[in-house]
Write a protein that binds this ligand. Sequence first.
Ligand code: AMP
Ligand code: GLY
Length: 424
Amino acid sequence: MAPKILVVGAGGREHALVRALNRSAAAPELLCAPGNPGIGDDARLLAVAVDDVAGMADAAQAQAVDLVVIGPEVPLVAGLADELTARGITVFGPSKAAARLEGSKQYAKEVMQAAAVPTAAWRAVDDVDGGLAAIDSYPVVLKFDGLAAGKGVVIATGEAQARAALEAFLEQRVFGPGRVVIEECLAGEELSLLALCDGERALPMAPAQDYKRIFDGDEGPNTGGMGSYSPVPGVGAQRVAEICALVHQPIVDELRKRGTPFHGVLYAGIMLTADGPKVLEYNVRFGDPETQAVLPRLRSDLYELLLAAARPGGLEGAHLEFGEDWAVTLVLASAGYPAAPSTGDVIVGLEEVGYGIEVTHAGTRRGDDGAIVTAGGRVLNVTALGATPASARDAAYAAAQQIDFEGRQLRSDIALRAVERTSE
Ligand code: AMP
Ligand code: GLY
């Protein structure tokens, strides 16, 4: 009988996961909770909120699913994987204890230190004056020690900015109670490297780069991500293996030693500095929008891999094969994003997009009259594949131009770097 898989989440990443799982030879039956109208074309939707741990476990049990794949960090940090495991349901995603790697910046730093993983010099502080006293030069990086939906990091260029950030995090508690990690500011190019982990080993996926700022040229405020591409020029298989041995495997070993083995995707945000790769952060889930560029290139069976990663040591002998092609993902964001995303704007042109382009839905919903409208900051992702970065990029932009809504934001320089590097 075909296996039944429940994907938890409602964004572009989850849509890409559903699409990739749909390509499995096992021909699985796919469910997604809560999903969105785009995902609804590829999976059966269940109306359960992402942060409703008991409700989600009840739904998985009632549907008798064979595997639950958890997309976002919030349910992981809240212990959804533990709850499912306790009910005897196979889950892809780390336990609450292992998810602290993303849930607490300070914990991540302590684990990195114990595992001798290269990272920026740091200190944790809990008051504004102590924080300012701990800063010896600018720019400096200030991070709220908890989940902040990508908004808890400030790069301060002077004391006034550092004070404002410390006050916001520690006194106004804009993200709730928590300390602040003060970090050395690293220079270099960023790389996202995700690895599938089975509690014992880390198997690297294809490298990717994402674009975090809202405007061209990396200007303006940070966002959840405005685009991505994969692979990355200059980061071949050998280099990927070296980085994985340096930043992923030691963390898997350390967490196993601590009795909290890591099963799931370990995402390392890395700065390639003049002194070698250094970790900026770990996420305990697939990256968004990296996943939308990485998974369409995967030739191995994602369902088999995720199932194997859920078992201790289950990835032994597993092989991750990626195509030779390039993938470019563009994010279409709503007017006002990231400060105040507009919602309810009607989206036109979705049916104009041609064959071979993967459009995934991130923040959409169906309006009262049935039309698809915007429902969040990042609205849609457009992914194209090509034999070269230039052909993938051109195809992605041509497709994105077919789709419109009021105030649509789209960076025009996504993957330009990859095009330039490969044509040198
Ligand atoms: P994080 O959520 O920790 O990855 O931080 C978000 C973004 O802030 C990163 O993608 C980097 O662009 C930047 N960042 C974080 N930590 C540092 C650092 N130590 N030095 C320079 N930039 C950083
Ligand atoms: N692309 C950054 C993230 O998923 O957190």
